[in-house]
Ligand binder design. Structure first.
Ligand SMILES: Nc1nc2c(c(=O)[nH]1)N[C@H]1C(S)=C(S)[C@@H](COP(=O)(O)O)O[C@H]1N2
Ligand SMILES: [Mo]
Length: 438
């Protein structure tokens, strides 16, 4: 076990809300616990057997790593990429992503929850609250419902474009989608339960279970209480996506939606919300989803991954080559359009380059569609943009760059970190302009 590995297990072993009398998830914990308890009991033979089990598990649930310089995408990464699909870039045409085209990211298995199972589903609200709640779906639906249009993006989007490449779900640029999420504001439920004055975080637990880098766990993430109870962005406990019950892969029957934050915060198949009086130190909080800029310091705790960095994507113009995806366009005016978003502040500028970043021109930003009640469009949904390019025969590289009102902009050099998070390096679209009939 190398130093980094030991620290992973150490961090996860602390578990959520340790200061609480009761552990949040009693069965949650690293595989290594079996060994520790046996050794404690002085049973050397059993401890040896447990060691064998631990090393067998470690062989299939290895520490995170970065690919060797010439190493291609492995069959394991391909299997992940086939499960966790992205948004086909032509679907950027839709303001609200049609069902099935929104990107999907699932760490373990999609829990099977049929209609009958959804009837029996309960969501607990407990921990540092005055009155613990057990809410079934009918009760959740009985609270006044709100709908928010939210652009969600996986924190790993762009990972496979990094050099060296962190080995994990190999997203290029397509891990994004926008949906109308309907549910109850989280702060309504917390007000109903009554927040104790010493509560500092809310820990969210999904129904899915797996092992990751040797640590067996339920999928869990936390939010600071101030974010959990804010009114803008307003965190939702959502049970509908685009006006229909959540699809299985998006968290049926209920999930968290945290506008402006990367996807990992939006806990799906939500079954438990626990307020704690100490910060949560679970695997997905302190081991995964950290920006660690150094390639070789095993003790770097990194910075937490939170809000979405700005990104613009262009709808690839013209038509594609099947294998290379290189675009073919005709000479003359070509509409270039796409969408841009940021989890920090509204997008204020999109620039387009048709010469691989040598020169840039500002694109026009469209008016955001108003909400059904006539108020201004959602601040947490993407923004469409357009410009016209006069294509001349030859090869070109198109690119776009977003800037938000808080002054964040997309880099032209890769922002590398060991987990491959938040890589909003500008997209590059190679295009061949061919006169018709060539
Ligand atoms: N319970 C649970 N919630 C989860 C995940 C998960 O694996 N389990 N994946 C997270 C990650 S990393 C992302 S990017 C988003 C993806 O949401 P989507 O599949 O609905 O697009 O869900 C988040 N919520
Ligand atoms: Mo993600």
């Amino acid at each position: 076990m190398d130093g980094r590995d030991a620290r992973d297990v150490q961090a996860a072993r602390q578990g959520p809300g340790q200061a609480e009398a009761e552990r949040i998830v009693p069965h949650d914990g690293p595989i290594g616990d079996a060994h520790a308890s046996l050794e404690h009991a002085g049973d050397a033979h059993a401890a040896h057997a447990a060691d064998a089990h631990i090393s067998a598990l470690r062989a299939v649930s290895a520490p995170a790593r970065v690919a060797e310089p010439a190493e291609g995408i492995s069959p394991e990464e391909l299997a992940l990429a086939a499960r966790n699909h992205g948004l086909p870039l032509e679907a950027l045409r839709y303001e609200v992503t049609p069902p099935g085209l929104h990107y999907v990211l699932v760490h373990y298995d999609i829990p099977t929850v049929d209609a009958a199972g959804a009837e029996d589903w309960t969501l607990a609200v407990r921990g540092r609250v005055r009155t613990p709640l057990t809410l079934d779906m009918a009760t959740l639906r009985s609270f006044p419902a709100v709908t928010h249009r939210v652009t969600m993006e996986c924190a790993g989007n762009g990972r496979a474009r990094l050099t060296p490449r962190p080995v994990s779900q190999p997203w290029l640029v397509e891990a994004v989608g926008t949906a109308d999420w309907t549910g109850v504001p989280l702060r309504t439920l917390l007000a109903e339960a009554g927040v104790e004055p010493d509560a500092v975080e809310a820990v969210f637990t999904g129904a899915d279970h797996g092992v990751e880098r040797g640590v067996e766990q339920d999928y869990q993430r936390s939010l600071p209480l101030s974010d959990a109870t804010a009114d803008d962005p307003e965190v939702l406990v959502a049970y509908e996506m685009n006006g229909a019950p959540l699809p299985p892969q998006h968290g049926h029957p209920v999930r968290l939606v945290v506008p402006g934050w990367y996807g990992m915060a939006h806990v799906k198949w939500l079954r438990d919300i626990a307020l704690t009086n100490t910060p949560f130190t679970g695997f997905q909080q302190t081991v995964a989803y950290r920006y660690r800029r150094s390639a070789d310091d095993p003790d770097d705790p990194g910075e937490p991954v939170t809000r979405i960095a700005p990104r613009a994507l262009m709808i690839p113009p013209g038509f594609p080559d099947f294998m290379s995806r290189t675009r073919v366009v005709r000479p003359g005016p070509v509409q270039l359009e796409g969408r841009a978003w940021s989890g920090h502040a509204p997008v204020t500028k999109v620039e387009v380059s048709t010469d691989d970043g040598d020169t840039w021109a500002e694109a026009a930003l469209d008016h955001k569609p108003d909400k059904p009640d006539g108020s201004a469009g959602s601040a947490w949904a993407w923004q469409s943009w357009r410009t016209t390019w006069t294509a001349a025969p030859g090869t070109h590289v198109l690119t776009a760059r977003a800037t938000d009102a808080a002054g964040h902009t997309q880099p032209l050099d890769q922002p590398w970190n060991r987990g491959g998070f938040g890589n909003n390096l500008v997209q590059r679209i190679p295009v061949i302009c061919l006169p018709r009939g060539d």
